[in-house]
Structures are given as C-alpha cells and as structure tokens.
Design a protein around this ligand. Structure first.
Ligand code: AMP
Length: 511
C-alpha cells in the first residue's frame, strides 16, 4: 500500500483520533484524522483548480498543523513539496525559490522579504479560508505516482548554495515499510511519535511518515518549547508518547536532566536515532533510563531517504562494539565500501560508503553537475539500482556497517548537516573579506561543539573593531541559518597555506 493509500485508510478507520498535535510554549493545537483528510482534500482541490503545472510547491512555516495539511494537499494534487522552516533566513529562502521557480508558495507563517516571481502566494488566512470551505474529495487519479518526486529537501551545499534532494514516492514507501519494523515494539501501546526536527530536515520524515502510515499521532515540539526543559518535560509527560525520534544530541540534552526517564514517558517503547554518532555512553544511559524501550541507531543521508541501515542497541551490543555499529541495510538496499575509483575495498577495510538501493534519490533538483558527481547506478540482484556516494567513511564488520567520519569538509553539529565551504562561500561574499576558513571546534569525543571563522580582511587585523565584527555577523544572518553562523570570528593578517596555495586547515587548527 502506498503512503497516500495508507493515510486515506487511516482517515476512514479512526477519524476522531488525533493525527497531529503541536506543542508550543503557550499550549497546543491539534488535528484529528478526519480534519487532516478533509482539509488536505480541500486544499488539494483548490491547488488542482487554480495552480497551473505540476511544479514543486514551496511550503514555508514551522510546525503549524497547516504545514502537514499542505504537504498532504500537494501530494494529493500531484505536486512535490519543498518544506522550508522559519529558521531559514530570507537570503537562503530566496535561493531556494529562485531554484524551484514555484507556481505556488504556501506560507503557514509570514514570509520574510523575498521575491516569489509569478508564484501565487497563499498565506495563513487564505489557507484557513480554503480548508474551512466545503469541498469534494481530491481526485485520486491526480495523486502522486510511484516515480513522482514526493518532496525536495534542501541541504547545505559546498558552493554556498543549498542543493535540493529529490525523493520519489517509491523511495518514501520503501523507507516507510522498513521504518515501521523498527517501532513495532510500540504497536501494543498505540503509536504516538515525538517529533523534534523541523520539517525541512529529513529526520522529521521518520516520525511524520511512520506516524501517518501507521495511523498514529505525531506529537510535534515547537522550537521555542525546547528552550525550557521544565515546560518541555511537562508536555512530554502528558503526551502518551510511545516512539521517540531525534538526533542523539537532543537525547543528550534531555538526559542532562535525571527526570528524563520511563517515569516521565511511561508508554515509551521505541527510541530511534539518526543523523549523527550515537555514542555507547548515550545508548547505555538511554537503556537504563527507559528499560521498556528498544533503542535503535540508524544511519543514512537525506539523499537515501532518512536512513538505510539500523541496529537495535542492547547492552550486549554496546559492550561488544565501541564505537557502536550503524547497522545492517534495510531490504532493497546494499552498502558498498569503495575506494576513490569506486572499486570495492577488501572486507573490513575502510573506504567511502556507497548506498545502492530502492530509496536512493533521483538526484539534485535542476543540478546535473552535482547529481553526476554523487549519483550513479549499480547492479543489485540482477536489477539496475540507483547508487549514491555519501562522502562518509566506513567499514563493514560482522555484517554490520560502522561509520568512521567524513572524507570531505561536511560536518554535523547538534544534528545539523553543514558544509564548511557553504559558510566560507557566504562569508567571502561580504565586502572587505579577502580570505576565510571555517574550522570546527571539537569535544574530546570528536563531536563538534562550535565553529570558528578565521578571516583575512582588506585592512590590518589590529584595525578591526568588535563592533565591525558584530556588523559582519549581522550581515551573515540574512544568508545563513543561525546554526551555521560561526560562534567566533577571528580576524588574522594571514592564513597558513599549503604548497598548492590552499588554506592549511591542519596548521590553522594547531594555532
Ligand atoms: P542528513 O542528510 O542531514 O541526514 O545527514 C547525513 C549525514 O549524517 C550522513 O552522511 C553521516 O555523515 C551522518 N550520519 C547519519 N546517521 C549517522 C549515524 N547513525 N552515525 C554517524 N553519523 C551519521
């Protein structure tokens, strides 16, 4: 059954159950399954009637219930959607809009100052009006087909412009079929998924589409709520949550408070992690705090639909393997460890992780060059499958995949995927900047704590005031999300360079 058929059958089966709850600092807002079905049908019918062409729709906002209604309405009207969170600043949103050239922009929150070209813009009032009107069910023949692009998620790109990863409905269906098996332990309690990630990050696909496919409730946490642990925990306590989906960083943050335990979340049965290293210590603390929950480490980039390998981490697994494995491939997927020429290395040896399988993206939106660099095809069980070179380094041992770092300048900080060159390209655009290099500041366990930018300006470093640096930071904020703005900016007279004239990152880090 496709995701859209599963959602339709859940609307029929339990119309009064909550499909979506968003928790804000002030309270909560929710949608029943009936409301989700009806409202998305009405918006889909509107889109089919008034918006020409099957061009992707940009959906801007945070966690308002209208976001979920809009995603579903796009799928039901045969359009891909491109979610953009409110944490994305105007400059980046403008880049995305310029790239997509949408016929429709849905703004569940007020749009920043951007030009949407000829696109029709529906704001929150328009949406509320459209979804409140009586209307017919959407036309099923218009729903997205298996090979159609279901969503496009933009991630950090090394050129300074984000790249749009296109995920088809088939990719999503294949991911969902496997993902459901990871949270089967929660079946008896009923499915209530905790959502931490904003919808413009693919980690959110794990909770949203597992919840929608299983007829569950998506229990979303608004960003501002995460600023107060006390209020967050109060809400969590009343959530009835049975499945946890987050980055390990967020779990670590919660674990800092000893009340984060089975007592706080008595129904918790499955905890799914993805996006960055799950340490042995974090997994063991979770197992201790949540004795009734299964803990899973999963791995995958946005380009292969959330995650493609997984492993249940038990105490035995954690004692046997340091670091933890990221698991075995899901059905329909094969992991190859390859050298620089793309040839498989000897078993047990380290190399680049290549993912071959039925949830690999069809490539970057309107970007043949970057697509050709990372994507190819490979034979799997007599079938030609899509393949993606991840830029991750890893090895296979005991049939399991282990992640051991990056072969390029991409990093993860608090779960956020960042290309250091993306930040550098945006800093380099600022007037007066002659040269720039951004380096991660790491914790003893290797995880990234913060970023430092080293800058050479067109004036001596000593003449640069802290006020000017604040101005520079402010300028950067219009193009980069807050998490990509380096914590420290250091103006230097020179940067060390290697023999071939590139910035010597190692020497700089050692300064
Ligand atoms: P994203 O596209 O934001 O999901 O980021 C994907 C990248 O996150 C991967 O290419 C890895 O570098 C990293 N990653 C994902 N899952 C894990 C994991 N379980 N352990 C370590 N790194 C991970």
């Amino acid at each position: 059954m496709s995701i859209l058929e599963a959602i339709a059958s859940n609307v029929q089966a339990h119309p009064e159950r909550l499909a979506y709850v968003v928790n804000t600092r002030e309270g909560s807002q929710s949608l029943t399954w009936r409301q989700l079905g009806e409202q998305s049908d009405r918006l889909a019918t509107y889109i089919s009637q008034y918006v020409p062409g099957n061009v992707p729709v940009v959906v801007y906002g945070h966690k308002d219930p209208l976001m979920i209604v809009s995603f579903l309405a796009c799928s039901k009207s045969g359009r891909a959607y491109c979610p953009v969170d409110t944490s994305v600043p105007a400059g980046r949103l403008q880049d995305i809009v310029r790239e997509v050239v949408p016929s429709l922009v849905i703004a569940a929150e007020p749009l920043p100052e951007v030009s949407c070209g000829n696109a029709l813009v529906l704001d929150k009032c328009d949406l509320e009006r459209i979804v409140a009107q009586d209307g017919a069910a959407s036309t099923q023949s218009l729903w997205l087909g298996p090979d159609d692009v279901y969503y496009i998620i933009f991630t950090s790109g090394s050129t300074g412009k984000p790249k749009g990863v296109q995920i088809t409905r088939d990719c999503l269906d294949n991911f969902v079929a496997w993902g459901q098996t990871l949270c089967a332990n929660a079946a008896e309690q009923g499915y209530v998924f905790v959502n931490q990630a904003p919808y413009s990050f693919d980690l959110s696909v794990m909770d949203l589409y597992l919840s929608l496919s299983l007829g569950g409730t998506e229990f979303a946490l608004e960003k501002k709520l995460l600023e107060s642990m006390a209020t967050l925990f109060e809400r969590l306590h009343t959530s009835g949550a049975t499945v946890w989906v987050s980055t390990p960083s967020f779990a670590e943050m919660c674990l800092a408070d000893p009340s984060f335990s089975q007592e706080l979340l008595p129904s918790m049965r499955a905890m799914l992690f993805c996006g960055e290293t799950l340490t042995n210590r974090c997994a063991e603390r979770l197992l201790e705090a949540f004795p009734q929950a299964e803990v899973y480490n999963t791995y995958g980039p946005t380009e292969s639909t959330v995650a493609v390998t997984g492993v249940r981490v038990t105490r035995d697994v954690s004692q046997a393997f340091v670091p933890l494995p990221v698991g075995t491939p899901k059905p329909g997927t094969s992991i190859r460890i390859v050298d620089a020429d793309g040839n498989e290395v000897a078993p047990g040896q380290k190399g680049e992780i290549q993912i071959v399988g039925d949830s690999v993206s069809v490539g970057y939106f309107h970007d043949h060059e970057r697509t050709a660099k990372a994507f190819s095809t490979h034979e799997l069980n007599g079938q030609t499958m899509r393949a993606y070179r991840t830029g991750d380094e890893g090895y296979l041992q005991d049939g399991m995949l282990f992640y051991s770092g990056r072969i390029d300048l991409q990093i993860k900080m608090n779960g956020y995927r960042i290309e250091l060159e993306d930040i550098e390209a945006n800093i380099a655009k600022i007037a007066g900047v002659v040269r720039v290099c951004v380096l991660p500041v790491r914790r003893p366990d290797g995880s990234v704590r913060s970023l430092t930018a080293y800058l050479v300006m067109d004036r001596p470093a000593s003449s640069y005031s802290s006020k000017e640096l604040r101005g520079l930071r402010k300028e950067l904020a219009s193009d980069l999300p807050a998490y990509m703005i380096p914590k420290r900016l250091r103006v230097m007279d020179d940067l060390p360079v290697t023999n071939n004239g590139k910035v010597d990152r190692k020497a700089l880090a050692a300064l």
